[in-house]
Design a protein around this ligand. Sequence first.
Ligand code: AMP
Length: 282
Amino acid sequence: MKIIQCIDEMQSIAQTARVNGKRIALVPTMGYLHQGHASLMVEGQKRADLLVASIFVNPTQFGVGEDFDSYPRDMENDMRVAESAGVDLIFAPRAADMYPVDYQTYVNVEKLTLPLCGANRPGHFRGVTTVVAKFFNIVSPHVALFGQKDYQQLAVIRQMVADLNMPVEVIGMPIVREADGLAMSSRNSYLSPAERVSALCLSNSLNAVRTAFCKGERSVAALKNLVLDTISKERCAAIDYVEFRHGLNLAAVDTADEQTVVALAVKIGKTRLIDNRVLGEE
Ligand code: AMP
């Protein structure tokens, strides 16, 4: 497995691979890799001849006062995880090369980025779509894999790809969880042992909603109360949002159906965690 920092080198390797008829898969990440990332890589490996994983803590998707500086980084472990998941090339560009002085071009998906994380993290998705568009131009993937853990991000990227006619197949992959249900996330490393226990209120509340839904409850108001009850029992938990949305267009719904996604953002102490569940999925 090779690590490439230079954008031009990455671009020329990708072009040569394409000329030679190779299929390229891309898994964009911010590093501090875990089994959630690895699941995307393993799937990417099945779908392509050349599997590229990018590792880049993207400054443009962090707001003022967010955790860009403290975001966890561990390149040695990342290399081990990526290699055992079948990655051929790690693309880890420098921020100064991705965004040189006088950089001024951004990609912005409009309506879909307004609610949920977009409401609380202004500019976040603009940074995400910009960096992903740049990666698509540099790596020229036939297929790119993203996790449903970042449900809105996946929807926003699908919208960008459709709107801008990008020739990339976007694959959404299921959320990988710890044995006790916590969705894997690089940010889980911020949690103290007590907070790690409290953080289970996210997945527990989603499970409670799914159980009630399976028993026939369809009122979003009633289902939302289950989430609020579960989370309010944790003293260190503060809700950022609890939303019931249509799974494709993210429109607000007041009656739940199989396509409804329940999306949560909750601060556990200082750590903001997200999780979600599509009610019709097991
Ligand atoms: P990140 O490094 O957090 O930006 O995530 C990189 C990619 O991995 C994104 O497409 C995420 O949705 C995906 N991802 C992160 N955590 C998980 C998880 N627990 N299960 C599945 N995919 C994940």
